[in-house]
Design a binder for this molecule. Structure first.
Ligand SMILES: [Fe+2]
Length: 126
């Protein structure tokens, strides 16, 4: 699970944060592979905080552009934040399951690789 330059938005802060999110996902995979419940719970908390900060920063950057997909993009962030909170509550009672892990990886990779790249032309207008 690695960030690659093909995923670059060209915005240094956003790209740095996306790389960090990929690192969180790699840590989560490692925790699952090692059956490390504590590390998984810690990584999930770290991911949740990191996602919250990253989404806020990304939304602030997009608000400063004329990106027409802004509201839909924010709505996607909002849905994911809620799903992530729900997963964290579930993970208190059960270990992080392969399904939970697959959901997080699929959502973030798809979002960064597809949804985020949609706003790149609007960043370049600035
Ligand atoms: Fe986004």
């Amino acid at each position: 699970m690695k960030w690659t330059p093909s995923l670059a938005t060209g915005h240094a802060t956003i790209d740095g944060q996306h790389r960090e999110l990929f690192q969180c996902l790699a840590d989560l995979e490692q925790a699952a592979a090692e059956n490390s419940t504590m590390f998984a719970a810690y990584t999930l908390t770290r991911l949740k905080h990191y996602v919250r900060d990253h989404f806020a920063d990304e939304e602030a950057v997009l608000r400063a552009t004329d990106y027409p997909g802004l509201e839909a993009h924010i709505a996607e962030h909002q849905r994911f934040r809620a799903q992530l909170s729900e997963l964290q509550v579930q993970s208190v009672n059960t270990d992080i399951t392969p399904e939970m892990q697959a959901f997080l990886v699929d959502w973030l990779v798809n979002h960064i690789a597809r949804v985020d790249l949609d706003y790149v032309p609007y960043l370049k207008q600035k």
